[in-house]
Design a protein around this ligand. Structure first.
Ligand SMILES: Cc1cc2nc3c(=O)[nH]c(=O)nc-3n(C[C@H](O)[C@H](O)[C@H](O)COP(=O)(O)O)c2cc1C
Length: 158
C-alpha cells in the first residue's frame, strides 16, 4: 500500500469481526515496529502478544472506561518500556506504537491504542489502583518494564 494511503486510512478501530489474525502477521508487525528509532539506540521497547480470549477479557476491564472493546479484539499487543535502558522509554514506545498502527493498516487490520501508563482504573474510586499494576499482575510483567499501552487489533467490523 502507498504510504499516503496508509496515513489516510489509519483511524482508531473499536469494533472487530470474529476473524482471527494470523500469528505471522502480528510477528511481522512487531518486526516492523522494531525498526522504529530510539533514543541513543537504547531499544527499550518490548512487546507482548495476547491472543487468549480470557486474557483479552481481563484486559478489557483494566479501566472503567476506554478499554471495554478489547474483549472483542482478535489480539492485543502490550507495549512495554525497559526503564533500565533509558529514561526516554515513553518516547521510544510511543514511536514504536505508531509504527505498529501504520503497519496494521498496511496488513488490512484495524487497531486502537488503549492507554495504560499513569491511568487509574477508576476516575472516581482511587482505591481500585492503577491500570498498570493490574496489567503487571495479570501478565506477570517484570519490575523493570513499564507498560505504555495496549494496542487492540483485529479486522474492522462494518
Ligand atoms: C496516547 C493515546 C492514548 C489513547 N488512549 C485511548 C484509550 O485509552 N481508549 C480509546 O478508546 N482510545 C484511545 N486512544 C485513541 C484516540 O481516542 C484516537 O486516536 C483519537 O480520538 C483520534 O481518532 P483516530 O485515531 O480515529 O484518528 C488513544 C490515542 C493516543 C494517541
Amino acid at each position: 500500500m502507498e504510504f499516503k494511503e496508509i496515513i489516510a486510512r489509519r483511524h482508531s478501530v473499536r469494533k472487530f469481526t470474529d476473524q482471527m489474525v494470523d500469528r505471522e502477521i502480528i510477528d511481522e508487525m512487531i518486526e516492523e515496529a522494531m525498526a522504529a528509532p530510539s533514543s541513543k539506540n537504547s531499544r527499550s521497547t518490548g512487546f507482548m502478544i495476547v491472543e487468549d480470549k480470557s486474557l483479552l477479557e481481563a484486559i478489557s476491564v483494566m479501566r472503567e472506561s476506554g478499554s471495554a472493546f478489547v474483549k472483542d479484539a482478535a489480539a492485543a499487543i502490550v507495549v512495554l518500556g525497559d526503564t533500565s535502558k533509558t529514561d526516554l522509554w515513553v518516547d521510544n514506545a510511543s514511536i514504536a506504537t505508531t509504527f505498529l498502527m501504520l503497519s496494521a493498516v498496511d496488513k488490512g487490520l484495524g487497531s486502537c491504542w488503549v492507554h495504560v501508563n499513569e491511568r487509574p482504573r477508576s476516575k472516581t474510586d482511587a482505591s481500585k489502583g492503577m491500570a498498570e499494576d493490574y496489567i503487571r499482575e495479570l501478565l506477570g510483567i517484570k519490575d523493570n518494564m513499564k507498560v505504555l499501552c495496549v494496542l487492540a487489533l483485529g479486522y474492522e467490523a462494518e
